[in-house]
Design a protein around this ligand. Structure first.
Ligand code: GLU
Length: 447
């Protein structure tokens, strides 16, 4: 069987890290199996779906490098859902119901009050033609429910292991609304059949849907796919993520926090698994390491600070050729491999390259913390050209003259030369700053 998976977001909001994790797991599984990855926009909710959210989803997935082999939009496929409902009606599996939301709410309340599960009582199944005609004459339009078989539904979940439901414990789901629009429960199965989806990989909030949808797959005559339901991510405080949670949105991580796509993928691929979380430089590495067997059933916490640390570690391992184009696009065309290697151990986000470019190539106001020391240092600074011997030579001379060493020596030098408390090794920065600027800064002049 060839592997075909899909990621099926609704364009009713921006993708957050929880959605991205599901997209990534689908993609890694597909790539590992040499299968295909479908991006499907579940946009049948026309009131809440927008073109802007759809575009943002595509931008975010492309940024992560999760290219899709196929693309579909549910709003383009309404005729397929109509065909499926006709078939289900013909087979007696779809029946019209007329209860208003208020009437259904009342039923639920009564059931709960008498400690019965709030399952739809199938009252509409007992309606005769005359009663239906009377209800429609009142102006009521039917919504349509799928008649479940009251039998066990079982599957072997790739994450949760054996799963078991009884059809008798489930409400017959509404598949078509009063206005004729299909609901997700139906459209998703029709699409999965049409696109020959072999594995449905989604969040564990869909487990009960799966029980219902398995019967729908069978009623529509299709093969039932494999399933993997991943535990949901929570935020650092253990709260569920929502689409409205801006700071954990992909766009915000990228644009406001300078997160590298591979930092996010490295974290999301390993969060809640038995593997250690380490920076990975390519999706190919994550693909090779992926296995459902490693994914725990427990909820996993997404900690933005952990992501920040991973982002820094990833940048420290990133080679110049992997970022050259982006540096040029950021306007740092002068940054070469040598410069990159000096500053990258100090980056926590790529744009900070600009800070070090300015410090080495533009005026800096020095901070003079030990005037005696910096004056001596200026006097002892060897003439150019400099080589590898220059730095130890200079430092030894300053040590001898001033009698200082360690932090008492290097900290005032750093403050004078860069205006900063911390940064890349001074030994490597000094040649980039050059003698003229260094002399001026050591003398306390902005240069
Ligand atoms: N549109 C559904 C969602 O976002 C898709 C669920 C599924 O993968 O079947 O929850």
């Amino acid at each position: 069987m060839s592997v075909a998976v899909r990621f099926a977001p609704s364009p009713t909001g921006l993708l957050h890290v929880g959605n991205a994790r599901l997209a990534l797991v689908n993609w890694l599984f597909a790539r590992q199996a040499g299968g295909s990855f479908l991006l499907r926009l579940d946009d049948t909710d026309t009131e809440r779906s927008t073109a802007a959210f759809a575009a943002a989803i595509e931008t975010d997935l492309a940024w992560l490098g999760l290219a899709w082999d196929q693309f579909a939009r549910q709003s383009d496929r309404l005729d397929r859902y109509v065909a499926a409902t006709e078939r289900l009606k013909r087979d007696g599996r779809l029946y019209p119901c007329y209860e208003t939301p208020e009437e259904l709410g009342l039923k639920r309340k009564t059931q709960l009050a008498s400690h019965r599960p709030p399952i739809y009582d199938r009252a509409a199944l007992g309606l005769g033609d005359a009663e239906r005609a009377r209800l429609e004459a009142e102006g009521r339009l039917p919504h349509w429910r799928f008649r479940l078989d009251h039998r066990p539904v079982e599957w072997l979940d790739l994450v949760r292991g054996p799963a078991h439901f009884d059809g008798a414990d489930l409400s017959d789901p509404v598949l078509v609304r009063e206005d004729g629009r299909p609901l997700y429960t139906l459209s998703s199965v029709v699409d999965d059949l049409d696109f020959a989806v072999s594995h449905v990989i989604r969040g564990e909030d869909h487990v009960a849907n799966t029980a219902v949808q398995i019967q729908l797959w069978q009623a529509l005559g299709g093969p039932v796919p494999g399933f993997a339901h991943l535990p949901l991510l929570t935020d650092a405080a253990g709260q569920g993520l929502s689409k409205r949670l801006g700071s954990l949105g992909l766009g915000s991580l990228r644009d406001d926090h300078g997160i590298e796509p591979m930092a996010l993928s490295s974290l999301l691929a390993k969060l809640g698994t038995s593997d250690p979380i380490e920076p990975r430089l390519s999706l190919a590495e994550l693909t090779a390491e992926f296995s459902f067997d490693k994914i725990s059933r427990a909820t996993a916490r997404f900690d933005p600070e952990e992501l920040g640390r991973l982002n820094a570690r990833l940048l420290h391992q990133t080679r110049f050729d992997a970022v050259a184009d982006r540096l040029a696009a950021l306007g740092f065309a002068g940054v070469d491999a040598g410069f990159w290697d000096v500053v990258r151990p100090n980056l926590s986000r790529l744009s900070e390259v600009g800070d070090w470019w300015r410090i080495t190539h533009a005026a800096v106001t020095p901070v003079i913390a030990d005037a005696g020391l910096t004056k001596a240092a200026a006097e002892l600074l060897p003439p150019e050209p400099w080589d590898d011997a220059t730095w130890p030579l200079w430092v030894n001379r300053i040590k001898e003259k001033s009698g200082t060493k360690g932090k008492a020596l290097f900290h005032p030098l750093r403050l004078a030369l860069t205006g900063r408390e911390q940064g890349p090794e001074l030994k490597n920065l000094l040649p980039l700053i050059g003698r003229a600027r260094a002399l001026a800064r050591l003398a306390g002049t902005t240069a």
